[in-house]
Design a protein around this ligand. Structure first.
Ligand code: DHE
Length: 484
């Protein structure tokens, strides 16, 4: 028989982690909201594809998330159990989950209280509305673009990514989350119309020029989901090459071509899907593309390869490579913008891995200049009425800086840094180009509004970790200074 003192010594000798049973803890505390299979439920999916960019998961488990149903578990789980649970939810799934057309259809939830308004329920210019995605508590604020008054604030699915896409008349907006949810919101009525889960993990969405089709680019399962404008699933296209599935890097609409253009991430192919009959054209290329941009006529596509050191321009009509250019340090072509310089159209792209901004001549795809910045940037914006391009420094010690660059001299004319040490990123112009909105990208953050000419600050609006901002007019008119 073991004496009690010996029993306690034995217990103390055991490492605490030996008691951690993350699978049991998950089943007891997490599965009800996040799904037994970790693929999400009322809470987001707890898989690396979704959590990869979320910081402080241990703190969220211990303390919960303010303004959500996520409660804290510090009173029920030891620090060791929480650490084990973080490892458990960030480990890859042991099987490839499916998400069938039937499951997509069954996930469609329309808002029973939605009443379409006959005209906007506010006095503001409906085409100068700017949406602010607040990733701090997963909401969107609807701003009057003239007075900067917040007209409404609504909850989004967890972890919105990429630019929301507006219907051609600017009335409706479609918003996508990394968990594959697509939400439709009626700006005139200031009300959600509904949502549907198009996939388990998605990249971005595109809308057809007539507003009738929405394409959702997916990593999990590897596919492109096509929805109609009322969020009914129309087609689930498995993106496979020779029977091997490939993730979709991104999808964009090519208005002049009446098509959606997507690049496969795991196979050297570009696909073009007709927005009319959804027929698919496959274009073989040399290497898979991660991110891409188009010439103004959408005839050519410029893409970056996976190693992130080279750009290639491809003619979408004949599928041939027309140029290759040095683009070091992971160019983020999805953030590219264009403008006229010396009678020629140029485009600029930031680089995620290097403190430069590449300016490219779009006629012959030559490199005009690499502008040195204070660090790698993520987003760019301009406006036809403005002589400047606004470029953030998203990474590194200068993440608190926003460069203002002269479109003609390609020199930095001013660097704004109103919040030392805090991320200051992503800009958006108002409809008339008179003001620029920048995010103080922090949990207790703000949107800071600048006079676009004098570069003076005119207003600050408190926001919860605001990320992207999207002006209806700039988006529906494909204003040169805004990305796709
Ligand atoms: Fe994004 C847009 C890819 C990480 C915030 N991002 C895009 C687009 C692509 C892309 C292809 C253009 C799609 C569109 O708008 O239709 N993003 C990627 C990546 O490959 C990358 C580097 C890694 C990943 O895990 O996906 C990545 N992106 C991030 C982030 O970490 C950011 C900063 C925070 C977040 O919310 O996840 C982020 N991405 C954004 C935003 C846009 C975006 C705010 C829309 C920019 C715009 O102005 O239109």
């Amino acid at each position: 028989m073991i004496r009690p003192t010996a029993f306690f010594s034995l217990l103390l000798a055991l490492p605490l982690t030996a008691h951690a049973d993350p699978a049991a803890d998950y089943a007891e505390h997490c599965a009800a909201c996040h799904g037994e299979d970790r693929l999400g439920g009322t809470g987001p999916a707890l898989i690396p594809e979704t959590l990869g960019r979320v910081r402080g998961i241990d703190t969220v488990i211990a303390q919960g998330r303010v303004s959500t149903q996520m409660e804290g578990f510090a009173d029920r789980l030891s620090p060791e159990s929480i650490t084990a649970l973080v490892d458990y939810v960030t480990a890859p799934l042991d099987h490839r989950p499916d998400w069938s057309a039937e499951q997509i259809a069954a996930s469609r939830e329309m808002n029973p209280d939605y009443q379409p308004a006959e005209k906007p329920v506010f006095a503001a210019d409906p085409l100068n509305i700017t949406l602010v995605v607040e990733t701090g508590d997963h909401h969107v604020s609807v701003l009057d673009g003239d007075t900067f008054e917040v007209l409404a604030r609504f909850a989004t699915p967890f972890a919105v990514h990429g630019g929301p896409k507006f219907s051609p008349d600017g009335r409706f907006v479609y918003i996508m989350s990394r968990d594959g949810w697509v939400q439709k919101y009626d700006i005139w009525s200031l009300a959600e119309v509904g949502r549907i889960r198009a996939a388990l993990n998605s990249r971005n969405i595109a809308i057809s020029p007539d507003g009738q089709r929405i394409a959702v680019a997916n990593y999990l399962p590897e596919s492109l989901t096509i929805l109609d404008s009322d969020l009914n699933p129309l087609r689930l296209i498995a993106t496979q090459v020779d029977g091997t599935p490939s993730r979709v890097s991104a999808v964009y609409q090519a208005p002049q071509r009446h098509s959606f253009v997507l690049a496969l991430k795991d196979a050297p192919e570009i696909w073009e899907v007709a927005t009319t009959d959804l027929s698919i054209r496959r274009i073989p290329i040399d290497e898979p593309l991660d991110d891409f941009f188009f010439s103004p006529d959408y005839r050519q596509l410029i893409g970056a390869n996976r190693d992130g050191d080279k750009g290639v321009a491809i003619d979408l009509d004949d599928g041939h490579k027309v140029a290759e250019l040095p683009l070091p340090g992971m160019p983020h072509l999805g953030s590219g913008i264009t403008w006229e310089r010396d009678g020629r159209r140029v485009m600029a792209t930031p680089h995620l891995g290097e403190g430069v901004l590449s300016v490219i001549d779009m006629q012959d795809w030559s490199l005009v200049k690499q502008i040195k910045t204070s660090g790698p940037g993520f987003f760019l914006r301009g406006h036809a009425t403005s002589p400047y391009v606004w470029a953030d420094v998203f990474f590194g010690p200068h993440k608190d800086e926003m460069h203002v660059i002269d479109k003609q001299t390609l020199e930095i004319v001013k660097t704004l840094a109103p919040f030392p040490g805090q991320t200051f990123a992503h800009s958006e112009f108002t409809r008339d180009g008179s003001h620029v909105l920048v995010s103080l990208w922090e949990d207790e953050g703000a949107v800071v509004i600048y006079d676009a000419k004098t570069l003076d600050e005119v207003k600050r609006l408190p926001m919860r970790k605001p990320s992207g901002k999207y002006n209806v007019w700039n988006k529906i008119t494909f204003e040169d200074g805004t990305s796709h």
